[in-house]
Design a protein around this ligand. Structure first.
Ligand SMILES: Nc1ncnc2c1ncn2[C@@H]1O[C@H](COP(=O)(O)OP(=O)(O)O)[C@@H](O)[C@H]1O
Ligand SMILES: [Mg+2]
Length: 328
């Protein structure tokens, strides 16, 4: 089945003062998928999610969303219609549900009162809201706690309440910012099974996490963000083969103008997905080391760099992923 993107991020650029946090990011999210945004802490995930929902505006670029959901009378066969989240803020607000990294519910309200409060921020008929709340309380396993003060909930229940509050207006797209951080493995599994359930009911899900291993089993696609750039977008299976097949070429050269070598060797089509300078070595990550080696030797000759040492490694998947996302 052909699925048109529900969201298109187009060349988004964002700085906080001198901190250039997002660099020319373009991404499509398709209707019905579970899309994972993976990156180390500080890589720009939360900033990107806030830009996506129109909460923060980028200095450059735009975010478009499909708004034909909201145009009921038009014929269905026409092409999808897109609008900017910054120009159609009200519709965008109805399209998205956002569960932030920090709890956003009120501790002095009960579970149900919180949901009623968040629901009242949207223009929903009272009955529709009540019916949504009842469905969500059951779906999120909060029935036994509906009259409990939110401040008395356990960590896993807090997280479920936050997700329930984000879903109270029945959004097309649910955004989850690190939904399982600080939870133990059992509670994590519970959250993930609920996320899958929500997705099965037709909600598109975009989630940020810094654990590839945690989300690879159920995301349809994963984008890897590093230092504010998307360095890869692929299915988990594709990422796995790619990173599993990847190798590290470590060289030392004289005089050792590594930045110049890196510039040449990183050019598009060269099968190199990252280059790093570490101490006296230049490290090149690639899934096609033969091709890269060939190019590398040629480059060294052109740049008049003398090869002192060369080694090829095959690191483990986790290790490599951590290197790629920039974590120690
Ligand atoms: N409101 C803000 N003001 C200034 N700097 C910010 C703000 N929000 C985020 N940053 C900075 O932007 C970078 C990316 O942050 P963030 O998007 O929260 O990353 P992540 O969610 O991947 O951990 C960090 O360097 C962070 O300090
Ligand atoms: Mg974050």
């Amino acid at each position: 089945m052909e699925r048109a993107p529900i969201i298109k991020i187009q060349h988004a650029d964002k700085s906080f003062g001198k901190n250039h946090v997002l660099k020319n990011i373009s991404l499509d999210v398709n209707e019905g998928e579970i899309f994972g945004l993976i990156g180390a802490s500080g890589s720009g995930k939360t900033t990107l999610l806030k830009i996506l929902i129109g909460f923060l505006s980028p200095e450059q670029g735009d975010v478009k969303f499909r708004y034909d959901y909201f145009v009921k009378s038009k014929n269905k066969s026409q092409k999808p219609l897109y609008a900017s989240v910054y120009k159609q803020q009200k519709l965008a607000r109805n399209l998205f549900g956002f569960a932030s990294q920090e709890p956003s519910f009120y501790k002095k309200l009960t579970v149900k009162e919180n949901m009623e409060y968040f629901g009242s921020l949207y223009n929903l008929p009272k009955q529709a809201l009540q019916s949504n709340i009842n469905i969500l309380i059951a779906l999120m396993d909060l029935k036994h706690a509906e009259n409990t003060l939110a401040g008395d909930l356990s960590g896993g229940m807090e997280r479920r309440l936050d997700i329930a509050c984000a879903l109270v207006h029945d959004p097309e797209v649910l955004i989850l910012d690190e939904p399982t951080s600080d939870l133990d493995p059992l509670l994590r599994d519970h959250i993930w099974s609920l996320v899958k359930k929500i997705n099965k009911k037709g909600t598109t899900i975009i989630l940020a996490s810094h654990h590839l291993s945690e989300v690879e089993t159920f995301c349809s696609r994963i984008a890897i963000i590093k230092n504010g750039k998307i360095i890869d977008v692929a299915s988990p299976a594709r990422l796995k083969t790619k990173y599993a097949d990847s190798q590290e070429i470590r060289i030392q050269t004289y005089p050792g103008s590594y930045a110049n070598i890196a510039k040449v060797i990183k050019k598009p089509g060269n099968k190199v997905f990252d280059v790093k300078i570490k101490g006296s070595e230049l490290i090149i990550y690639s899934d096609r080391p033969q091709i890269v080696l060939h190019e590398l030797l040629h480059t060294l000759e052109t740049l008049k760099e003398e090869l002192i040492d060369i080694q090829v490694f095959r690191p483990g998947l986790d290790e490599l992923f951590l290197k790629i996302t920039g974590k120690k």
